[in-house]
Design a protein around this ligand. Structure first.
Ligand code: NIG
Ligand code: FE
Length: 401
């Protein structure tokens, strides 16, 4: 076998599930053919290649995956941040008509091109730290036209930059002002008209909802999930962020890819997630920015063997965060995750949270050749620092970008 390109003399953190820890190969090489990994293992066993790159002992990880973002939005919420600095809470601001509703107004007023333009700097910041796949949600449009516009903008970002974009329909993010007092009517519109049209256009890869006392009830969430299933779309859920609605267990019952946030998750929820293979997507940026004090039950998740992922939750209101490296540091410092858990959380487990375990997230033959090459002494350097970006090179589909 001859490869198109070979990266050799590298230390690999393969993240393979069948190897202990991070699946390290000390003197390793990765061969690429047609954009996929054709060899990964000891440098001594590596095949020939047209193009051989000596990595000088640098570390290579899979390309990083940010599997929960609201990257596309218009406007900002700095005024709201200032109100919170004066003592207002996120829920108070939301109930007073600010919060998500203010971003909805700005996003409805923006064109698709403007949404792409304003999201690009955020996307570029993530890419600069080795991100090769990103999930982007809708949820600031809340009409068919505006939700579709957001999802098209998300897909356009994937055309504008060398990165894979997965889109999630989050129509059930907030109740639009037109439906105040009629949340069930809005859910009916989402299930009967908006989602079918979004699905018909192939604009969404998954469906999400915000199950919360300031969001939607478990019963309304369940209706969204039933509609998602009718369109063959996998589901995930913003669950147990501000209170315990038993959303994680509900999500698990529907075979959710992930349940996200989870500060208020309880033991039955953990057991349900374990049994369903639902990933625990922890979002330390929102925890930090809202000065939340209730910690997600990391020890219990770990004990149950629930895979833990980490993401930025990049959004203007609760997590204006565009660094997956800082997210890992927060996961370790704020949530007590080990450095290995943080690294698996933005690679293998993040891939699982997107339903993409077969194609990304580890360095293994057959997977897409998405890599990050780092100037570091050891993988935990990526977690244990704040603000330094040691990315040497990013490889997306086998190409240096
Ligand atoms: O993940 N929780 C709901 N959705 C976002 C917040 C969105 C916003 O406030 O604009 C989150 O935290
Ligand atoms: Fe979110």
């Amino acid at each position: 076998m001859r490869c198109d390109r070979l990266w050799t003399n590298a230390r690999l953190a393969t993240m393979r599930a069948d190897l202990p820890g991070l699946g390290v190969v000390e003197v390793g090489a990765i061969g690429m053919r047609d954009g996929r990994i054709a060899f990964a293992g000891a440098a001594a066993d590596a095949p020939d290649a047209a193009d051989v790159i000596d990595c000088d002992g640098r570390w290579i990880t899979p390309g990083l995956i940010d599997a929960h973002t609201h990257l596309v939005f218009a406007g900002d919420r700095i005024a709201e941040f200032e109100l919170r600095q004066k003592g207002a809470s996120y829920e108070e601001i939301a109930r007073a008509g600010g919060g998500i509703a203010s971003t909805v107004a700005a996003t409805r007023a923006a064109s698709e091109a403007a949404l792409v333009r304003s999201a690009l700097p955020r996307l570029d910041a993530l890419i600069a730290e080795g991100v090769t796949t990103i999930e982007i949600k809708s949820g600031y449009g809340l009409t068919l036209t505006d939700e579709a516009k957001m999802l098209r903008a998300a897909r356009a970002l994937g055309d504008a930059r060398p990165v894979a974009v997965r889109t999630t329909f989050l129509g059930a993010h907030a109740l639009p002002s037109e439906f105040v007092g009629d949340a069930d009517g809005y859910i009916a519109l989402l299930c009967e008209q908006i989602l079918p049209a979004i699905a018909a256009e192939g604009l969404a890869d998954a469906v999400d909802a915000f199950c919360e006392n300031i969001g939607f009830t478990p019963a309304q969430t369940e209706r969204m999930f039933a509609a998602a299933a009718a369109h063959g779309l996998p589901v995930k859920l913003h669950a147990e962020q501000l209170s315990n609605q038993h959303g994680a267990a509900l999500a698990a019952r529907h075979g959710a890819l992930s349940a996200d946030h989870l500060e208020y998750l309880d033991e039955p929820g953990i057991a349900a997630m374990r049994d369903a293979g639902t990933v625990a997507m922890l979002l330390p940026g929102a925890f930090y920015f809202l000065r939340e004090t209730k910690l997600p039950p990391v020890a219990a998740l770990r004990a149950a063997g629930v895979p833990i992922a980490l993401a930025t939750d990049c959004n203007p209101g609760t997590s204006p965060l565009t660094s997956l490296l800082l997210t890992m540091n927060m996961g370790a410092v704020l949530f007590g995750l080990t450095t290995d858990e943080c690294l698996l959380g933005v690679t293998r487990h993040a891939a699982q949270a997107l339903g993409l375990s077969g194609s990304i997230g580890t360095i293994e033959v057959g997977k897409r050749c998405d890599l990050a090459i780092w100037d570091i002494e050891r993988p935990s350097d990526l977690v244990g620092r704040m603000g330094l970006n040691p990315l040497h090179q990013r490889i997306w589909m086998g190409q240096t970008t």
